[in-house]
Ligand binder design. Sequence first.
Ligand code: PEP
Length: 253
Amino acid sequence: MRNKIIAGNWKMNKDVSQSLALVGELKKALSFDLGTTKVIICPPFTSLAAVHVLIKGTPIALGAQNMYHEDEGAFTAEISPSMLKSVGCQYVILGHSERRQYFGETNEFINKKVKKAIASDLIPIVCVGETLEEREKNITDQIVSTQVKGVLKDIPANQVEKLIIAYEPVWAIGTGKNATPQQAEDVHKLIRKLIGQLYSWSTAEQVVIQYGGSVKPDNAADLLSQPNIDGALVGGACLKADSFASIIKASVK
Ligand code: PEP
């Protein structure tokens, strides 16, 4: 039985004081019973330490938006897994399409980071998804399968079981144009089947697969009611406490 996990990707938004204000509002907005739903927020690096102090003792967990696959050294501007852990992170988003698109991240590079995150006791939220062009060419399944195989390369089943995969069709991110629940469910099913083939059905059944791409309060319930959609990775709508809380509420049974 997989529990729902709702994560907020703040991207490059909110300085420290704005971050603290948003978390304060979110704490108030989350006054309902979360049931088994887990909530993660992923603010920018500069806000992680301050936010960690504010969410202590609450059900909100902390994640980062990226990391490097080395422990330390001459890697100017990069952040290591132990640095993230030292400011309270338990999760890290890896391979977001904006990292792939603007910073040239490849499946091979993301795979190194996924391995390092797991070895460092951080739970990766690994993103995959096709572009509009790829969907229109009817090669979504092929693209997503290649990405899943690439990012999971040489990772054993007992580690794959613990990670989170986020299916985020690139054409739906920040566009206001979400995949229909059926479109999303079809790809989630494909990912789970592929993991079943690569590992085993018991591994596939344990992997949490989130949907991301213009999730909003008014479409969350329909998306989250699909059997293979185990949560959401939310961008724009997580920057307002009330809309993020409404999405979380939609996941609570
Ligand atoms: C994201 O950035 O991961 C995302 C899904 O963004 P949005 O919800 O704004 O489409």
